[in-house]
Design a protein around this ligand. Structure first.
Ligand SMILES: CC(C)(COP(=O)(O)OP(=O)(O)OC[C@H]1O[C@@H](n2cnc3c(N)ncnc32)[C@H](O)[C@@H]1OP(=O)(O)O)[C@@H](O)C(=O)NCCC(=O)NCCS
Length: 201
């Protein structure tokens, strides 16, 4: 199922997107908070990333959507809703990754907003959550703009990463944060957003 936002089209990912996905994950700045900058091997995308998304789509109606420019169909990145494997809750994990050339225009927030709306309007989920490393300020800002609230902090407890070392090499801090939005919060915020006409209410 395609989903249209004000400035983008979201369509389910498929094998035709492999080259663009490889290219996206080859940008060290895009991968900085994901893998420390390391690219994702093409084989991982071909053998695991795309097949898993297609399985998710078939089994649960979730998966990964490619974010495209509606006029040119150009690949801009992706957003995803994933069913956590070992969870007994009705919950979905939200993720997003965009090309660096389109950062800072509100596109991740716009696309993630559409994903959350899809999750609560079309799937029987009670909770959408998203995680990232604590240092990923842009991603955390997206979560906050979506009305998500901080639900967990996992501090980096590696003894080798002392406070002094992390002060010199902040990129070594692997502490993680998780944000969530519950169905009731979403319904309440949606009402406020629809009456205010934007995402800043
Ligand atoms: C995270 C990501 C998807 C955001 O995409 P985007 O389209 O630029 O996001 P938006 O424009 O909707 O919002 C970004 C917000 O972060 C803010 N921001 C950007 N850099 C920031 C920084 N260093 N410190 C604090 N805030 C920052 C922006 O100002 C904006 O907030 P604002 O609207 O209040 O001004 C993009 O940076 C990305 O693809 N990163 C690599 C992959 C990644 O980290 N994915 C997430 C988790 S694994």
């Amino acid at each position: 199922m395609n989903i249209d936002t004000a400035r983008a089209r979201l369509r389910p990912v498929s094998f035709v997107d492999v080259d663009e996905l490889v290219h996206l994950d080859s940008d060290p700045e895009v991968m900085r908070f994901v893998s420390g900058g390391a690219p994702t091997p093409r084989a991982v995308i071909e053998d695991w990333v795309v097949p898993r998304a297609e399985t998710e789509r078939r089994m649960y109606g979730t998966g990964t959507w490619v974010l495209c420019d509606p006029a040119t169909t150009a690949f801009l990145g992706w957003v995803s809703l994933r069913t956590p494997r070992h969870s007994t809750r009705a919950e979905l994990e939200l993720s997003y990754r965009l090309r660096r050339t389109v950062w800072g225009r509100g596109l991740a927030t716009e696309a993630a907003f559409a994903m959350i709306a899809f999750a609560f309007d079309h799937l029987s989920t009670d909770r959408v959550f998203a995680g990232t490393v604590a240092r990923n300020a842009p991603s955390r800002r997206v979560m906050e703009k979506l009305g998500m609230t901080l639900s967990a902090i996992h501090l980096c407890d590696d003894a080798a990463d002392s406070a002094e070392l992390l002060a010199i090499h902040p990129d070594r801090d692997r502490s993680e944060v998780e944000y969530e939005i519950l169905r009731a919060d979403w319904q309440e915020r949606s009402l406020r957003w629809s009456s205010a006409g934007d995402l800043s209410a």
